[in-house]
Design a binder for this molecule. Structure first.
Ligand code: NAD
Length: 529
């Protein structure tokens, strides 16, 4: 493929940012983005913008991250295109007004419903490692929900950022969607504006800055942050599968993936077999060597390369496989290091690179204890073992998501909601969750005039009304003061047909009566024939 010409990144003048903000606020207030037809047209235009510029988008990631075209296509282009089609197909049903659930009978007359309203003018801040998916993915959610939006791509993937600006400016309505380019000064100017939502993907350190700034104006945030994700490999796991799968999740994008495992806790009995299988897998994936392969990316910039190198330099662990690096080409060989100290730099920091620390453990209990100590709320957890062992791991740990018998499979399904927990993030997106992330569920009731007589119970004077209200609306507990469930007497049970409460009992009676009368009616008709 001949290299297409690419635009260069140019930072947006800081002075322009308040003007951009007020344009988007005005467009939202003028209801430009509310009609579904407008949103669908913009999404369809974005689809074709990506499709028509596929070559340039692939090349931009190659220049920014040395990313193989195949990886960019699989994890970015194909992802975004399918995401848009999925959203377009479902938008009408997601945006439809919902009848509220779980409404007590006495309130049903007000017909509570939920309207799906756009949050307003929103800010999306993307990260460099999957520059399209992590920027355009949330933007698709914002467009679908009916918001106006500014996208601030990561300046650390400059060609990808410039390409996104080009296609958005060329194809989308610029009074509703625009790209602001830049680094800290430009992002700070953006954060000085009042948004209706901020969607941020990146490090926890910057996530804290964003959260503090948003808190000043009570702006809601979704935070998609990093994690020190463990993989746990027990003696009952399939070593060949575990090695191949965990190698792939650290080789892709040269390990610059928020959901890949940061370290592997492995039963010491099976460590030698696992290492053998890792060597076999490396040879399989890169028959002519990793460095020579076109299928292996590079570290995004000198700063990140130095950071990962420093982590490796300061480990007290023993390098078992790899270790080669080259500053000039920002190459870092996938490197397996045996680590025994839980305070080792390779475990206490997120590598966000191709480092594979393996921590030998005596049993599953030790693995779980270490996983909970090293980082209690990672973005993902990856158990490999028997069914019972996997259940035990899931029952005794926390994480944003989990993939059993694989590294981050759960995060590779574009329609499955994705997000962290605790300090690995809050809120989720993807598929319908992207629409929800930018939507306010506005609850509406409508009180008819004719219920005024019934409503008089709520108006002063209150004297004598307490007892009436208790009778009308107080629910009966099915538990005692010790928290034990109190079974209803057989008479009540028979009256409710075992249902939990009056409404359920009534429903069961209705079903039985419908069946009985239906059957009788059928018999009568048959006897007349
Ligand atoms: P990055 O350098 O691309 O920065 C992310 C964004 O933050 C950029 O748009 C950048 O301009 C902005 N930013 C940086 N400093 C800022 C500041 N002081 N004030 C305001 N904005 C600022 O990416 P990064 O932060 O190095 O990303 C790596 C981290 O992101 C890792 O921890 C990784 O795990 C995490 N990550 C998480 C996800 C996820 O979906 N949960 C995805 C990708 C990356």
């Amino acid at each position: 493929m001949s290299s297409p010409a690419l635009p260069e990144l140019a930072h947006t003048p800081v002075g322009h940012i308040p003007v951009i903000h007020s344009t988007l606020v005005r467009s939202f207030a003028a209801h430009l983005t509310r009609p579904l037809s407008f949103r669908l047209t913009q999404l369809r235009k974005l689809y074709w913008a990506i499709k028509d510029h596929e070559k340039e988008l692939l090349e931009a990631c190659k220049r920014d991250l040395g990313k193989p075209y195949y990886e960019t296509y699989l994890t970015e282009i194909n992802w975004c295109l399918n995401d848009i089609i999925f959203v377009c197909k479902n938008l009408e049903s997601w945006a439809r007004e919902e009848k509220a659930k779980d409404i007590p009978l006495m309130h049903a007359v007000t017909r509570p419903k939920i309207r799906k309203e756009p949050l307003g003018a929103v800010l999306v801040i993307g990260a460099f490692n999957f520059p399209y998916q992590l920027s355009l993915g949330p933007l698709v959610g914002a467009i679908a929900a009916g918001c106006t939006a500014v996208l601030k791509p990561s300046e650390n993937a400059p060609y990808a950022a410039a390409m996104m600006q080009r296609i958005i400016a060329e194809r989308l309505d610029s009074s509703a969607y625009t790209v602001v380019q830049g680094a800290i000064p430009e992002t700070t100017a953006l954060l000085d504006c009042k948004w209706d939502k901020i969607f941020y993907t990146g490090s926890a350190t910057v996530g804290t800055i964003i959260s503090k700034k948003a808190a000043e104006t009570l702006t809601p945030v979704t935070l998609e942050l990093g994690g020190r994700n463990p993989a746990i490999v027990t003696r009952n796991a399939d070593m060949r599968l575990a090695a191949r799968r965990l190698l792939w999740t650290k080789h892709m994008n040269a390990g610059q993936i928020c959901v890949s495992q940061n370290y592997i806790l492995i039963d010491k009995e099976v460590l030698p077999t696992f290492l053998e299988q890792l060597k076999v897998a490396i040879k399989d994936f890169y028959p002519n060597g990793v460095r020579e392969s076109e299928d292996y990316g590079r570290i995004v910039n000198e700063k990140q390369w130095q950071r990962i190198k420093k982590m490796l330099d300061s480990t007290s662990g023993k390098i078992l496989i790899g270790g080669t690096m080259d500053a000039e080409t920002k190459y870092l060989e996938p490197t397996v290091v045996e680590v025994t100290d839980p305070n080792d730099s390779l475990l206490t920091e997120e590598s966000f690179g191709p480092l594979i620390p393996v921590v030998p453990v005596s049993d599953l209990d030790e693995a779980i204890r270490l996983a909970n100590t090293i980082h209690a709320t990672p973005l993902g957890i990856y158990p490999f073992g028997s069914k019972a062992e996997v259940s035990k791991i899931l029952d005794s740990t926390r994480s944003g998501g989990a993939s059993i018998n694989d590294g981050f499979y759960h995060a590779s399904i574009s329609t499955l909601e994705f997000g962290g927990v605790g300090d690995s993030g809050s809120g989720s997106y993807r598929g319908k969750a992207s629409f929800d992330a930018f939507t306010h569920r506005r609850v509406v009731t409508s009180t008819p005039g004719w219920v005024e007589g019934l409503l008089s119970i709520r108006y002063p004077p209150y004297k004598g009304k307490m007892e009436k209200v208790k009778k009308m609306s107080e629910m009966k507990p099915d538990f005692d003061r010790e928290g034990r469930v109190v079974k209803p007497g057989w008479l009540v049970w028979a009256f409710l047909l075992g249902g939990n409460g009056f409404v359920q009992g009534l429903g069961r009676w209705a079903v039985i009566l419908a069946v009985v009368f239906g059957y009788r009616g059928l018999r009568e008709r048959q006897s007349k024939l």
